[in-house]
Design a protein around this ligand. Structure first.
Ligand SMILES: [Zn+2]
Length: 144
């Protein structure tokens, strides 16, 4: 979803606004991980000299595959991170494209911003290296 922050953009650096975040990332799922709940939380948007700084505190539930038993299991993720966005003269249509190509995060000409890619990356970074369904997962059990 796109957030309209034109009003904040017209204010002086340091001005801030809080918004509620709900972003469905189901279609950003990959082979071993599925977003089974929308990403929800808060974002504090702070006007900077060159754009905005967004402080996210969000959570979601992913379905992962256990490294030991290879079964699917739900994993709750809570994460706090920041992302800077620069002001641009690009139209909104191209900003998500630009972000997906990792060319930077931007606020479009009309003061709209998408948090989608930042949320996706922020959550992926927070995932544990070892994905284990439970503490004492015995691993794959072969039938005798
Ligand atoms: Zn397991």
């Amino acid at each position: 979803m796109l957030f309209e922050i034109g009003e904040l953009i017209r204010q002086k650096p340091g001005s801030a606004r809080e918004v509620e975040v709900v972003e469905d990332l189901a279609d950003a799922s990959w082979e071993e991980g599925k977003f089974i709940e929308p990403v929800r939380g808060q974002a504090t948007i702070i006007r900077t000299e060159e754009g905005i700084l967004v402080k996210f505190t969000v959570g979601t539930v992913l379905e992962l595959i256990c490294d030991r038993c290879l079964k699917k299991f739900p994993k709750k993720i809570k994460v706090a991170f920041e992302q800077e966005y620069l002001l641009t003269s690009l139209p909104a249509k191209t900003i998500t494209q630009k972000e997906e190509e990792n060319e930077g995060f931007v606020v479009d000409l009309k003061g709209r911003v998408s948090f989608r890619e930042a949320l996706r990356q922020g959550i992926l970074v927070a995932l544990p290296m070892k994905k284990i369904c439970r503490k004492n997962c015995p691993g794959i059990r072969y039938e005798a």
